[in-house]
Design a binder for this molecule. Structure first.
Ligand code: SAM
Length: 233
């Protein structure tokens, strides 16, 4: 369970009401049962349920079972797409170990509304499910050009479906060890001027995931899987 509370031996901390419901109603846990806790800072702890009612739960950390992991420095930049697709991307990107997610707004974005709180909750649940000890940070949506103008020089790989770019797998094999970022465009794709602007930046490489046109969310997750396999940990 992810709890945004300091974790230390013997110090009881409250779970959220949703977690209390999950533990009691779904998992059928009872006081005295063990659960694993993390907060993104203090590692993983084995804890006992000290009290459990319908929507309230107290847990008591007893033993640290894993040291804190360092948050990955990798980033996913996704153009705001439909809510379900954003949710799915946030979940899968968390499972694939992404460090942070930056929603971006491009000329063909179909929406500029991104619910970062909702995406953070999804990322938290996905981190719990896959045994990560960090939760990806979800940044507020920002225009693509503003994100690029403030960029720190990390290699940025950009999905290009127009058959004008080398395969991602070939390029990723030559990546230096270290942080990278992966950017996919909106359902309508990047405009030509946006792609030209991206290509002018020294840190950008445009890459292909094959000859078929993938949905934005498929391209996001497929690219992360390739990068994770070749350059991630
Ligand atoms: N412009 C396209 C069209 O309407 O024909 C579709 C864009 S696609 C649905 C959305 C985004 O996914 C693209 O901007 C690109 O970043 C990524 N993408 C899709 N297929 C890809 C591929 N085969 N290789 C690399 N990136 C791809």
């Amino acid at each position: 369970l992810y709890l945004d509370q300091p974790l230390e031996e013997g110090r009881e901390v409250p779970a959220t009401s949703a977690q209390a419901h999950y533990l009691g109603g779904v998992m059928r846990r009872a006081p005295g049962d063990a659960v694993l806790l993390f907060n993104g800072r203090d590692g993983e702890w084995e804890a006992r349920i000290a009290a459990l009612r319908k929507d309230r739960c107290l847990v008591r950390p007893e033993r640290r079972t894993r040291a804190q992991e360092v948050a990955p420095a990798t980033r996913l930049l996704v153009t705001a797409v439909k809510r379900d697709a954003m949710d799915w991307m946030a979940e899968k990107a968390t499972e694939l170990g992404i460090g942070a997610i930056q929603p971006v707004l491009t000329r063909r974005s179909i929406t500029d509304r991104v619910n970062t709180g909702r995406l953070s909750s999804i990322a938290q649940e996905a981190a719990e499910q896959c045994g990560r000890l960090t939760v990806p940070a979800i940044a507020p949506a920002a225009p693509l050009h503003a994100v690029l103008d403030a960029w720190d020089g990390t290699p940025l790989l950009v999905g290009d479906e127009r058959r004008e770019s080398p395969p991602l797998a070939a390029l990723a094999q030559g990546l230096p060890v270290g942080p990278w970022a992966w950017l996919v465009g909106p359902e309508g794709g990047f405009e030509r001027a946006e792609l030209d602007d991206l290509r002018r930046r020294a840190f950008v490489s445009t890459v292909s995931l094959g000859p078929r046109i993938l949905r934005a969310e498929t391209a996001a997750v497929a690219g992360l899987a390739v990068l994770q396999a070749l350059a991630g940990d």
